[in-house]
Design a binder for this molecule. Structure first.
Ligand code: ADP
Length: 258
């Protein structure tokens, strides 16, 4: 015969096993939900650009005469832009996969801060709308820092590209850099659409896009990746924003100026 104590112990073990099974089931359900969401997002995001590419390719193929060169080039340009866009989203998806499966490998090295900033600004300049400009510090040549260069580039380009995308024509974007107590701080200030107050708690969540951002293309992945990388590397990201006024994102990374 079992004693009361033994029975109690058995009940406890069974309950624990049940709770574990339930937890596993819920986890699987969450994962499946995420997969479904992911698949519908991928097909949705790829569909429009792909059909645009098909149209442009068909038209470019028709304009074979010398005097049609301009039209042909226009369509080839469209194809190039759309392929670039698809490539960017694919990279975002791959980053997520790598982060999720723990396959990210960070590489620290020493590099001049101005190298990354110049590169990011150079690429961002190609995305500027009419009359938009970016102010950035030009007196940072002396800074050689130690960090993961690719990640810093990813962080700054995501934030500056967002600032461009979510601001109108004839606006200014400011990139400020500060260095104190081995902490590098980047501040990106825009005069854009801002983030509605009631949605401010969600913007680092994967796939989340604010209501007022839906006119622009995007996947809601960038900020999630940025924050995850920064936190993995001991950094941080915060923001403040006011709808129709603009947003300010502040990033910190621990580093040394060598
Ligand atoms: P995406 O831009 O692809 O939608 P992100 O993860 O980069 O995804 O950003 C998530 C959301 O945060 C955006 O959809 C937008 O609603 C909001 N957001 C990010 N940056 C800005 C900004 N500078 N100004 C206004 N809204 C922003």
């Amino acid at each position: 015969h079992s004693t009361i104590e033994e029975l109690k112990e058995e009940v406890k073990l069974r309950m624990e096993a049940e709770a574990k099974a339930k937890e596993a089931l819920e986890k699987e359900r969450d994962l499946n939900e995420l997969k479904t969401k992911f698949l519908s997002l991928v097909s949705h995001e790829f569909k429009t650009p792909l059909s645009g590419i098909l149209t442009s390719a068909t038209l470019a193929g028709k304009y074979t005469q010398t005097e049609q060169q301009e039209k042909r080039e226009k369509h080839l340009g469209t194809i190039k832009n759309k392929v670039k866009y698809l490539n960017n989203i694919l990279n975002d998806f791959l980053s997520i996969e790598r982060l999720e499966t723990g396959k990210v490998c960070y590489k620290y090295s020493s590099f001049p801060l101005s190298k990354v900033i110049n590169e990011v600004i150079y690429n961002a300049n190609m995305l500027l709308k009419d009359g938009q400009r970016i102010n950035y510090p030009k007196d940072i040549d002396g800074y050689v820092i130690e960090f993961d260069e690719k990640i810093l580039e990813l962080v700054l380009s995501n934030l500056i590209n967002n600032a461009i995308k979510y601001s109108g024509e004839h606006t200014t974007i400011d990139l400020e850099v500060g260095f104190e107590d081995n902490i590098l701080t980047f501040t990106i200030i825009d005069q854009g659409i801002g983030i509605p107050e009631k949605e401010q708690g969600f913007i680092f969540k994967r796939y989340f896009r604010a209501e007022n951002a839906l006119l622009d293309q995007g996947t809601g992945i960038g900020l999630n990746i940025v924050k995850t990388h920064l936190e993995n590397l001991g950094g941080s990201i915060i923001f403040k924003s006011e709808e129709n006024q603009g947003s300010t994102f502040t990033v910190t990374i621990p580093t040394t100026n060598t």
